[in-house]
Design a protein around this ligand. Structure first.
Ligand code: RI2
Length: 321
């Protein structure tokens, strides 16, 4: 099967994820699951093998879009490991059931995580945020629902300024928001009680891979004595890092940093646009998940529990049809 046989919903989902029309690790995972369901429901495959081949092609197309957000392969892994049956209708049904269960689980995990994260926030606290994370926002939302009043310094987060989404969302929750340029973060850290960020991937050693600029913020926060809290559902845990793999850092279009006209005015310079960076565990105080709060160094125990020692991508490993 080649790419033109993919269901249009798969192609649309892949394009929306690649262009960041759909973004944030949780939303990416939910979109991938829904696209796999659309592919399964529309399939007119005549044999189980043909059906599996279609889903494999869809999974590959989705996976290639954003290499750093591990929620995407984890979503595919979740569905693939539950795709069972001797006939096409049985296989189709299993995909519908598992993708629906996956979406429900994502939502549940985020609200459970929010309740855990909210326990760290006291009435009158000020947080500092970076980028836009629905997991981090869930912590604030739960705290506000619990009657706590909060303030926030919101970093705009160059180059795509997703901090604007956070600023709007926090203001809607009733949080008192001050939007700042990224380089003002250290200036205001003395006034912050917590740095609260999300994650795109978490490695077995507790390193946090999140939007570019997170690591610098964490180092400054440590120097200022401000705790760094990472809100991340367990779908962000990167199982392949248990066996020594590293997390690929996505590099995006240079025009996100500077447009063609401005670049021509600058002259002959290189432009780099890495989307994420790695914050070593020593700069992170806690990783908040739906299974509770963990010091980064002990997240490996949770990973082993959830993924075991052996991990395969049933649809994606070489040699699988
Ligand atoms: P949630 C975002 O990346 C940010 O780095 C954010 O912290 C992370 O995804 C997690 O987002 P991007 O997709 O899953 O904007 O918590 O590049 O919503």
């Amino acid at each position: 099967m080649d790419s033109q046989d993919l269901h249009p919903a798969v192609e649309t989902a892949a394009e929306d994820i690649a262009s960041m029309e759909i973004r944030g690790a949780a939303a990416i995972a939910a979109t991938a699951a829904a696209a796999l369901r659309a592919q399964a429901e529309a399939s007119d495959a005549e044999t189980p093998e043909a059906f599996r081949a279609e889903l494999l092609a869809a999974a590959r197309r989705l996976r290639e879009t954003r290499p750093t957000a591990v929620s995407l392969p984890n979503a595919i892994r979740y569905v693939a490991s539950r795709t069972e049956g001797d006939s096409v209708p049985a296989l189709r049904e299993s995909v519908v059931v598992s993708t629906t269960a996956f979406e429900a689980r994502l939502e549940r995990a985020q609200s459970e995580l929010g309740r855990v994260g909210a326990n760290r926030l006291q009435n009158g606290d000020t947080i500092m945020t970076h980028c836009h994370s629905t997991d981090a926002l869930a912590c604030v939302e739960a705290a506000v629902e619990g009657g706590k009043e909060l303030s926030a310094f919101v970093k705009e987060t160059r180059p795509r300024q997703q901090g604007h989404i956070t600023a709007r969302a926090l203001a809607e929750l009733g949080v008192s928001v001050t939007l700042i340029v990224d380089s003002a973060a250290r200036h205001y850290l003395d006034e912050a009680d917590h740095v609260l960020v999300g994650a795109d991937s978490i490695a077995a050693d507790g390193s946090v891979i999140n939007k570019i600029g997170t690591s610098g913020l964490a180092v400054n926060a440590r120097e200022r004595g401000v705790p760094v809290v990472v809100a991340a559902q367990t779908i962000k845990l990167h199982p392949e890092t248990l066996t020594g793999h590293t997390v690929e850092i996505e590099t995006r279009d240079e025009r996100e940093v500077v447009d063609d006209e401005a670049r021509a005015g600058i002259g002959d310079v290189a432009v780099a646009n890495p989307a994420f960076d790695v914050t070593p565990p020593r700069y992170v105080d806690a990783i908040v998940t739906e299974s509770g709060q963990f010091p980064p160094e002990s997240v490996v125990t949770l990973m082993r529990e959830l993924f075991g020692e052996e991990h395969r991508d049933p649809w994606l490993d070489a040699g699988v049809p």
